[in-house]
Design a protein around this ligand. Structure first.
Ligand code: NAP
Length: 252
């Protein structure tokens, strides 16, 4: 539904080609924003997201960039400025998860995971922040995970990268708020996307049972929270990471 907080805003969603990112693109387009859909390798998926965005009447562009590369991200931000205008809202959503045992957790795996999930969040934020400071306006949401809040022996690097995002969200939001750049985060529980393809049925059933709402999440369960945090409905919130997990994790 159209929302004045979003009309004609330029929004960048990293990892917007599929999964939660795609749903964020479509949801924010319905609210009235124009969307820059970032992807790393799957251009066809990004084009499919763009079609869905354009079907709402919003403008869409697809932009390839690997969030781990400062050069690639800076080129992406320039392209968005030229084609849609300066980025006003950012969803740092791009992320990877590799299901590894403690024995197969290598330094390469650690570096890859932390690079995309945590360093990528920093690189993209830093690439847009100067323009946001100039325009005295910015709204940013970072994608964490409940893995940051519970022990994850089969995803040590992932958990650490997502905990880093919570800390980044607190500290960076405190640094940027004087420029009217408001940053928050979301920590989803398990959500039905390709990222959980490696999780076996037994584990999925166990998680369903452990979850008070008795279901895993769908991408729109998360995109709605992202929209809330980008909107002025959350105007007194900054540096927070909201848990959306069907009750699987409840914070005091
Ligand atoms: P997904 O379906 O696997 O999508 C991942 C997205 O990230 C894709 O658009 C992918 O682009 C992009 N990406 C990966 N590496 C990238 C890179 N180096 N540079 C730019 N983009 C990159 O995953 P998802 O489930 O939607 O996850 C989205 C976010 O939610 C991630 O941060 C994830 O950690 C978080 N999360 C997910 C769950 C869950 O259960 N699904 C739970 C908690 C948190 P390509 O299409 O080009 O590969």
């Amino acid at each position: 539904m159209s929302d004045p907080d979003f009309i004609n805003r330029t929004v960048l969603v990293t990892g917007g080609s599929r999964g939660i990112g795609r749903e964020c693109c479509i949801n924010l387009a319905k609210a009235g924003a124009n969307i820059a859909i970032n992807y790393n390798s799957r251009s066809e998926d990004a084009l499919e997201t763009a079609k869905a965005v354009e079907a709402t009447g919003a403008k869409a562009i697809t932009v390839q960039a690997n969030v781990t590369s400062e050069e690639s991200v800076q080129a992406m931000v320039r392209k968005i400025e030229n084609e849609l205008g300066p980025v006003e809202m950012l969803v740092n959503n791009a992320g990877i998860f590799e299901y590894v045992t403690p024995e197969t957790t290598t330094l390469d795996h650690w570096k890859r995971t932390v690079d995309v999930n945590l360093t990528g969040t920093f690189i993209v934020t830093w690439a847009v922040k100067d323009q946001m400071i100039k325009q005295k306006y910015g709204r940013i949401v970072n994608m964490s995970s409940i893995s940051a809040l519970r022990s994850r022996p089969y995803g040590i690097a992932y958990a650490a990268s997502k905990a880093g995002i919570i800390a980044f969200t607190q500290s960076a939001s405190a640094a940027l708020i004087e420029h009217n750049i408001r940053m928050n985060g979301v920590a989803p529980g398990l959500v039905k996307t390709e990222i959980i393809d490696d999780v076996d049925q037994e584990t999925l059933d166990r998680i369903n049972n452990e979850t008070p709402m008795k279901r895993i999440g769908q991408p729109d369960d998360i995109s709605e929270v992202v929209q809330f945090l980008l909107s002025e409905k959350s105007k007194f919130m900054m540096g927070q990471t909201l848990v959306a997990s069907g009750g699987r994790v409840m914070l005091p």
